[in-house]
Design a protein around this ligand. Structure first.
Ligand SMILES: [Zn+2]
Ligand SMILES: [Zn+2]
Length: 338
């Protein structure tokens, strides 16, 4: 059992350090890029460790936490099925939206030769000098993907893909399900942590005592007393949790990280900004007061163009956000000219 948990943490470390090594270091030291494989190859590499994380979480739920909460026959109790439903529902939506973020093209603007070929009369237009694509408002050039992306938010190192016009809805839906799913995981992990950790410590002390005959002898002679531990009753369900009770701590850490990402993206949608716009506001503002004024005006005055176009406008019915369902609206609101 412990092997699986160790595998989980090693995998998570591989993902985090892989992102650092493959995506961030080449930006700091451009010469490194020549030694690394192409971006598409890195994408597939990255999916292997990430694919291990989701099944491990499901395994932990079915073999440890389900029994910790419903020790007596979880499959024939209503509470057991409620936990099974919520866990699988959150997991299915998070996994679906994660892989759709990775594999959906973020939306590249037309190349300028296609653009002029398709039109009889061409008005003035702006073109990116690096990738020769037509630029609209919200289009940015991604230096990692070497191309312009429509309504680009940012380049995401964890998906090795840009987040733009066509896959933003998957990215935001993934963050939503992952965050609330992890909050639920914290709830599942909290009670075993509080109730079983003391019992676990007692067992460790008793095991240590059996290894130390001198200590046992002192105890039998009544010189050392461990009554406060010996009287302790271990709650039902703790025999399933054992050392896994400590998993509550990393669960809280990952939930905070995901909560920060989700909260930041929600703020950006409210302020009608991409991460690129956010950085621009940061660098343009001369004081904290001015920055707060910019955010205040953005949140209360802007028309939420990004939310309507990138999130709501991608699905024809609201229920499609509540089940793993691909976008069914491809014709977007007209992009504004620069
Ligand atoms: Zn470009
Ligand atoms: Zn990119």
């Amino acid at each position: 059992m412990a092997v699986i948990v160790v595998t989980f943490f090693v995998t998570t470390a591989v993902v985090v350090f892989g992102v650092l090594a493959f995506q961030i270091l080449p930006r700091l030291f451009p010469k490194l890029k020549t030694f690394l494989p192409s971006q598409a190859v890195i994408s597939y590499f990255q999916l292997v460790p990430i694919s291990v994380i989701f099944p491990t979480l499901l395994w932990l739920f079915f073999s440890v936490y389900l029994y910790a909460h419903v020790p007596e026959q979880p499959y024939s109790s209503l509470l057991g099925w409620v936990h099974i439903f919520i866990t699988n529902y959150m997991m299915a939506n998070a996994v679906f939206n994660y892989y759709m973020t990775v594999f959906t093209c973020p939306g590249y603007p037309q190349r300028h030769d296609e653009f002029t070929r398709d039109r009889l009369f061409v008005k003035t237009y702006q073109m990116c000098i690096k990738c020769k694509r037509v630029r609209n408002a919200g289009t940015h050039h991604c230096s990692w993907c070497h191309t312009c992306v429509e309504m680009m938010c940012h380049h995401c190192p964890f998906t090795n893909n840009c987040i733009g016009r066509r896959n933003y809805v998957y990215y935001y839906t993934f963050l939503t399900y992952a965050f609330f799913g992890l909050l639920y995981a914290c709830y599942l992990a909290y009670f075993p942590f509080v109730n079983c950790m003391s019992g676990l410590v007692v067992r460790k002390i008793q095991e240590t005592m059996s290894f130390l005959p001198q200590l046992s002898a002192l105890r039998e002679a009544g010189i050392v007393r461990f009554n406060m531990y010996e009287d302790l009753t271990v709650p039902e369900g703790c025999q399933f949790v054992q050392e896994y009770a400590v998993l509550f701590a990393p669960c809280v850490g990952i939930t905070c990280f995901m909560g920060l990402l989700f909260g930041f993206q929600t703020f950006l949608l409210l302020a009608d900004m991409s991460i690129v716009d956010f950085y621009e506001s940061l660098s343009n503002a001369t004081s904290l007061q001015e920055l707060l004024r910019i955010f205040h005006v953005s949140i209360f005055k802007r028309k939420k163009f990004r939310f309507k176009n990138l999130v709501l406008g991608k699905k024809s019915h609201v229920w499609m956000f509540f089940v793993p369902f691909p976008n069914n609206v491809e014709n977007d609101l007209p992009l504004k000219d620069l």
